[in-house]
Design a protein around this ligand. Structure first.
Ligand code: ADP
Ligand code: MG
Length: 257
């Protein structure tokens, strides 16, 4: 999301993700009215905005959700146009989206889900023992007990447990760009700390990963320290700045933007 006027073309060349004049409609209603964002490798962006401003719509459109129709504009990922690519193709290229809402899948264990996604994502077939060796050391980072792996996917999960499972996937799959939609909403203080630690660990492991944190709160940003803060209002980015912008929003709300 580094829009720098005349340097835009140069930035685009090294951008991981480039969003140009993106218009998105849901059920024929236009929600996003021309988003321009450039996300460079290793940059952390915070995307803020009041409820209903279109933040999740942007996350869904980037993931390639079929209900979110791109009516104008383009998404380029590492110089390749992915505007019309399927969600799995985007994921295999290294785009990972943590959604605000996740579906419960009773009967599918967390372990089977993670192993299946790992195989699909990497194209590597792995047996359960080898996958355990890979997986177990990462559980501690997201404060997750091994027993958790036998539970049905998201079934009865607390807010914090859902978010920690999403971050575990980030640690396992090491995407190039991660979009985290309200990763810090609806969680208790302990979960917030482990979420923040996990994101920091992810960044240490993979400094080239770009991260977009969609959030309402300044707290997570004080630890993660975004390079840029952007404000989305009525489907358009109306303001760019740094952490001070997040502080201003927390103090005065969006009225002053
Ligand atoms: P935010 O994440 O910023 O709170 P959303 O992207 O969820 O905002 O929603 C933006 C607007 O788009 C809202 O008015 C919402 O009602 C509408 N919207 C988003 N997704 C859908 C959907 N699947 N069906 C109908 N309306 C939707
Ligand atoms: Mg949302």
């Amino acid at each position: 999301m580094c829009l720098r006027g005349t340097n835009k073309k140069m930035n685009q060349m090294k951008a991981s993700l480039c969003i140009s004049d993106l218009h998105v409609a849901v059920d024929k209603k236009t929600i996003l009215h021309g988003i321009d964002l450039i996300i460079e490798p290793g940059c952390v962006h915070a995307l803020m905005g009041p409820n209903g401003s279109g933040k999740s719509t942007l996350a869904y459109a980037l993931a390639g959700h079929p209900r979110y129709t791109i009516t104008k504009g383009a998404i380029t990922f590492n110089d390749e146009d992915i505007t019309k690519s399927s969600p799995d193709k985007r994921a295999r290229k290294g785009l990972f989206v943590v959604f605000q809402q996740v579906p419960v899948i009773s009967g599918l264990t967390v372990f089977s889900f993670l192993k299946e996604v790992y195989q699909t994502y990497t194209g590597i077939l792995i047996d359960s023992n080898r996958f355990q060796e890979f997986l177990f050391p990462k559980l501690g980072i997201v404060a997750m007990d091994k027993r958790f792996l036998n539970r049905s996917l998201y079934d009865g999960f607390s807010g914090g447990e859902k978010k920690r499972l999403e971050l575990l996937q980030l640690l396992l799959f090491n995407p190039k760009v991660a979009i985290l939609d309200e990763i810090d909403s609806g969680v208790d203080v302990d979960s917030l700390i482990s979420i923040t630690n996990s994101i920091q660990e992810v960044r240490r492991n993979n400094p080239a990963m770009s991260i977009v944190i969609i959030t309402h709160y300044r707290h997570i940003l004080q630890s993660i320290k975004p390079d840029y803060v952007q404000v989305l209002l009525n489907g358009k980015i109306v303001k760019s700045g740094d952490i001070l912008l997040a502080c201003q929003i927390e103090k005065h709300g969006y009225q002053t933007i």
